[in-house]
Ligand binder design. Sequence first.
Ligand code: GLV
Ligand code: MN
Ligand code: MN
Length: 405
Amino acid sequence: MTAQRVLARADELSTHSAREDGIERAYLTPEQTRVNAIAAAWMREAGLRSWPDEAANVCGRRHIDDDDRPALLLGSHLDTVPGAGRYDGILGVLVAIEVADRLRDADLPFALEVVAFGDEEGTRFGTTLLGSRALAGGWKDAWLDLSDADGIALRDAATTFGLIPENIGNAARAPGSLVGYLECHIEQGPRLEDLDRALGVVTTIAAAERRVISYRGEARHSATPWELRRDALLGASEGIVAIERIARDRGSPATVGRIRVEPDAVNVIAGFAEFSLDLRDATAAGRDATWGHIRHELHRIAGDKGLDLEVTSTHVAPEAPSAPHLQAAIAAGIAATGDADPIELVSIAGHDAMAIADLTEIGMLFVRCAGGISHHADESVREDDVALAIDALEAAVLHLAAESG
Ligand code: GLV
Ligand code: MN
Ligand code: MN
């Protein structure tokens, strides 16, 4: 029954999008205003006192937790990539609300809170995990000067949204105010499905880094002879192919998902080309070693083609291991649903938990998704798996309560 409600709610949230032909919900947009209000109402229905924090996250705390005891925080995010599915992040928020609903009167040795983060994907302002980093105390006022693709500064978007830009950092929770953070999320990979399991325990979230890489050459007429060309787009193309080769060889997932050229005309050699790089690895050391090889190759290409290379890092995160006792709690939760020997997984995808790891210990529960498909409209989960996820997260909370009670 509650799984049905989760799926119906995910359907409802999917209608709040910046576009008609798919789901797109970025940080500090009118779509976010609408889903935040809906999530707040669902939190209240679940017996939580709900409030928006200074960073546009929606928070909820059980009414019976009317003291300042440290809380166990459950949550995930409501923002999406362009062309998203219905469950990345959203499922974790909805499952957390269901668990809070079930435990609304439970006698727990800690307070229980739910959070719906406003920015995990980082698709709008070039850096990522803004909501969860603010809550974890990592907000930087310099981010107010970041702009989106339309040139709107984060400062102005925040003001339009109803935030006070200078106060966003006040979303920071005090160290010691949380006993831990648990996040339920779709796997975004095919391993659980391949192994015929509904749920898994995350041991570590992979280290990640995002960069903007640009080559500057010279825009010239397409009649220009080869030897006089300094073609930035050719440099970028060679660079992107080299990234795939190096990253594959070294087992570090790498993605170039965005490219922009100037002047962007059919009969003009591109004088400028800029592309993104999203590089991940199970460890920061492995990621950095892979980047060292890539950087070497990007410089070689610049030299060969007479281009200037510039690289800017826009996001860097070390690997985020789950705390052993929270892994054990998630495993106990899964075991309570009938899977006595839960699968352990490394998450290549990034999650709010990475940011929250700076504030408190983290644990994650993965839910099988069809074909491992994510960041796509075809993202899909099974109702029976969602039911198991709610049961498992509830059981994990009760396991922690029994351990610490
Ligand atoms: C978020 O989905 C990420 O892994 O980048
Ligand atoms: Mn996500
Ligand atoms: Mn995502």
